[in-house]
Design a protein around this ligand. Structure first.
Ligand SMILES: Cc1cc2nc3c(=O)[nH]c(=O)nc-3n(C[C@H](O)[C@H](O)[C@H](O)COP(=O)(O)OP(=O)(O)OC[C@H]3O[C@@H](n4cnc5c(N)ncnc54)[C@H](O)[C@@H]3O)c2cc1C
Length: 338
């Protein structure tokens, strides 16, 4: 098949890679590959840490995609951080939030180890004053920028163009992140996220996801560098892609309470991007009402984690017409919005 893919973020590139591997003729169009949400993402592969009430279907998809990551990463030559994630609460109310999340994991059949303060410190001696939490052994992370670079290296010679040179294709896959072209744009709700990258000499073993007096923050160490990612705000606002003072202050204030040694870290970068959200927080993967037009979009908070699964679902659809009902874009009516 001749497949045209709009968008070279982690999703579009993963789809391109999968289709090329299956022998299809692929062209990717993107004026600025890898510059969207994939550039900001912390890279947590975190079905358990992301699980929440009412999102059981999403947790199921995230777990399926996590199972694809070891092969995906080793084929791309990208290291995966597999030392697990600590979910922690700073005060009694925060520990209640952690316990609510653990109740969701019980329902989903996902295992975890509930821990008191002392055990948490055994896992991560650099933790500050935390009241309780849990160890999520299966929640990993990658550096999304390395993944995008590896995918681009895999597909670049053949396929990536800044502008369309030919529109001839059997199938068009739309993977343009938080901005879909008409008539699909109303299917996406951009959710702004600010994130801070720092560099530290203090070794952190685990990813830490924390509730801090009702605020959520995560601190993600890299497996192969001294970079630590502190994220992320979540706001439904438009305007220029500039991190706000308030957003960055809240992130840093929460992060340094959980990992006090971050006070000595150097700030490397502050970034703001829009997550591609949907009305039901599930992705949009599969056919539209237009013949030959397929969506690979709406991965929201989990696009890094979900990329290999979305790639597989799109390639299966292109080859056999199969559709995963939970993510079928036709569950929503599209508005003609010019
Ligand atoms: C702060 C933050 C932290 C995050 N952390 C995580 C995390 O830890 N784990 C996780 O799994 N997910 C995380 N996410 C979510 C994840 O980043 C996204 O779900 C994912 O990057 C979406 O990938 P994408 O390829 O669909 O979109 P993008 O990465 O946004 O890529 C879209 C691409 O389309 C291109 N484009 C736009 N318009 C057009 C057009 N008309 N024609 C051609 N190309 C076009 C853009 O240039 C861009 O390269 C995070 C997101 C944010 C913002």
């Amino acid at each position: 098949m001749r497949v045209r893919i709009l968008g070279a973020g982690i999703v579009g590139l993963s789809v391109a890679d999968e289709l090329l591997r299956r022998g299809h003729d692929v062209a990717v169009v993107d004026p600025s590959p890898g510059s969207g949400a994939s550039y900001a993402a912390a890279g947590m592969l975190s079905p358990a840490g992301e699980a929440w009430h009412g999102e059981e279907e999403l947790t199921r998809l995230c777990l399926s995609s996590l199972a694809l990551w070891p092969d995906f990463a080793s084929r791309l030559g990208v290291p995966v951080h597999t030392l697990g994630t600590l979910l922690v609460g700073v005060d009694a109310g925060d520990v209640q939030q952690v316990e609510r999340q653990l109740a969701v994991l019980d329902l989903a059949g996902v295992s975890y180890e509930q821990l008191g303060r002392r055990d948490l410190l055994d896992h991560e001696p650099g933790l500050g004053r935390v009241a309780g939490g849990a160890f999520l052994a299966e929640d990993h992370s990658v550096d999304p920028r390395s993944v995008v670079a590896a995918l681009l290296a895999q597909v670049r010679d053949t396929v990536v163009e800044p502008v369309e040179t030919t529109a001839t294709a059997d199938v068009t896959v739309i993977a343009t992140g938080a901005k879909l072209p008409a008539p699909y744009s109303s299917l996406i709700r951009p959710v702004r996220g600010d994130v801070v990258r720092v560099r530290t000499q203090e070794r952190m073993e685990r990813t830490v996801r924390a509730w801090v007096h009702g605020e959520q923050v995560y601190v993600v160490p890299r497996v192969d560098s001294d970079e630590v990612v502190i994220g992320a705000t979540s706001e439904e606002r438009d305007g220029p892609l500039e991190p706000t003072v308030e957003g960055v202050w809240r992130l840093l204030d929460s992060a340094r309470r959980v990992v006090p040694a971050l006070d000595r870290a150097g700030v490397v970068e502050v970034t703001s991007r829009d997550r591609p959200g949907t009305a039901d927080n599930l992705p949009l993967v599969g056919p539209t009402q237009e013949p030959g037009v397929v969506l690979a979009a709406g991965a929201y908070r989990n696009g890094v984690l979900l990329a290999p699964l979305i790639a597989r679902l799109v390639a299966d659809h292109v080859e056999t017409g199969s559709v995963e009902p939970a993510v079928d874009p036709r569950r929503f009516r599209m508005k003609e919005d010019g």
